[in-house]
Design a protein around this ligand. Structure first.
Ligand code: ADP
Ligand code: MG
Length: 378
């Protein structure tokens, strides 16, 4: 399933090169329960990140399902993550203001499923992790062990062949840790599970392979149990997120405002503001602020604005602009304006999605008319 041949990972930082790991050789098969241990800084997280396509590697070859990946683009790795990988984190990374149900459902909505068609699947998965009683409880009210169960349900419902967990029991007491590992082993039995942990005793009885890392190298790679060969590998199915879901999540997120969400948006606004300042005059900002308050998605929400996109997504040409400018009552054209109408994901240790609402041009009915208070624009 996953094969590494002399793979190395370096970090470049202000002219300094540091090593994540060096010359890793590894072959992991479906059905394995792989445990990676080693002291802090030995390269475990870096290795997991490369295996899950979150991080690049600089040397060697990595094969996914027999396919060499050195030619992979960002987009290829994104597809790989969506089809193959589900993550479980030490800090759970759930949305605390969502219920258990909403947290598990979210991953499917983002994968383009309709709300109705996922209900059964979501409830079944919540049942499998033993949280049916809490399905409508906000995650913030749960214990650590319960939160990690939600995270397992969320990972499982994605139906990927590989589950990657970086110190999933790091924030749990001994009893909860044991339960979580046991549950993971039970529900993910035919998958490839890769778990990083300090606490080898907790996982020893479940592991089929134990890998020990030291100073960026594998110093021990022990097969504990042979696993039967899996012929067919089922990958996660996903579509483009539907407009209805975008809208729904957009509003849900707006009303369930979480600190992280706001923080990211502050950064986002700062960046977009800097980019836009070239043509956004103070006057205009003031006008919009007065009129709209803040809006995260469109910089200019004035009601005489129309957003035009080409159906085939190609760039606008000079001729296009000419044609548009000849339409009656067009005051001006803002080229390449910022329009956040796609969901995008920020992946780091914390997986985070933000969704913009999209208004399609077809929702704008009627003729173009001139507004009385036309504004100046630089
Ligand atoms: P572990 O998970 O085993 O504690 P990591 O994989 O996080 O270890 O780190 C392995 C090595 O890579 C460490 O020496 C660490 O300093 C280095 N490293 C990790 N992430 C970065 C980074 N973003 N930039 C520079 N060095 C890093
Ligand atoms: Mg780590």
């Amino acid at each position: 399933m996953l094969k590494l041949k002399d793979v190395s990972k370096f970090y470049y930082n202000k002219g300094l090169i540091s090593t994540g790991f060096t010359k890793i050789n590894l072959e992991l098969k479906m059905g394995e329960f792989v445990v990676i241990t080693g002291e802090s800084g030995s390269g475990k997280s870096t290795l997991l990140n490369v295996l899950s396509g979150l991080d690049s590697y600089e040397e060697g070859e990595m094969y996914i399902n027999g396919e060499e990946t050195s030619h992979y683009t960002e987009k290829d790795f994104e597809d790989y993550r969506r089809k193959y990988i589900a993550n479980i984190f030490q800090s759970f990374n759930l949305i605390n203001s969502y219920t258990v149900y909403q947290n598990v459902e979210l991953v499917l909505l983002l994968n383009g499923y309709k709300r109705k068609e996922v209900k059964k699947k979501v409830l079944e998965m919540i049942d499998k992790v033993g949280l049916s009683k809490f399905k409508n409880t906000k995650v913030s009210k749960l214990s650590g062990g319960q939160k990690q169960r939600v995270a397992i349900a969320r990972a499982m419902v994605k139906e990927t062949p590989i589950i990657v967990a970086d110190e999933p029991t790091g924030n749990l007491d001994a009893k909860a840790s044991k339960d979580v590992i046991e549950l993971l082993k039970k529900v993910a039995k035919d998958k490839l599970v890769i778990v990083v942990t300090h606490n080898i005793e907790q996982v020893e009885e479940y592991a089929t392979r134990i890998i020990k890392m030291h100073d960026g190298r594998i110093v021990e790679n022990k097969t504990i149990k042979e696993v039967p060969k899996v012929e067919h590998i089922q990958t996660s199915k996903y579509n483009k997120i539907t407009i209805a879901n975008k809208y729904r999540l957009g509003t849900r997120n707006t009303f369930n405002i979480i600190t992280k969400f706001l923080l990211l948006f502050a950064v986002f606004l700062f960046i977009s503001a800097s980019l836009l300042s070239e043509y956004a005059s103070f006057e205009q900002t003031e006008y919009e602020a007065n009129k709209q308050g803040y809006n995260f998605y469109f910089r200019d929400l004035s009601d005489n604005r129309i957003i035009i996109k080409k159906e085939n997504k190609s760039n606008f040409t000079k001729e296009d602009y000419e044609k548009i400018s000849k339409i009656e009552n067009i005051d001006y054209i803002v080229k390449d304006d910022l329009l956040l109408d796609n969901s995008f994901a920020i992946y780091n240790e914390n997986e985070m999605y933000i969704n913009g609402k999209m208004y399609d041009i077809k929702h704008y009915k009627g003729n173009l008319t001139r507004r009385k208070n036309t504004r100046k624009r630089k």
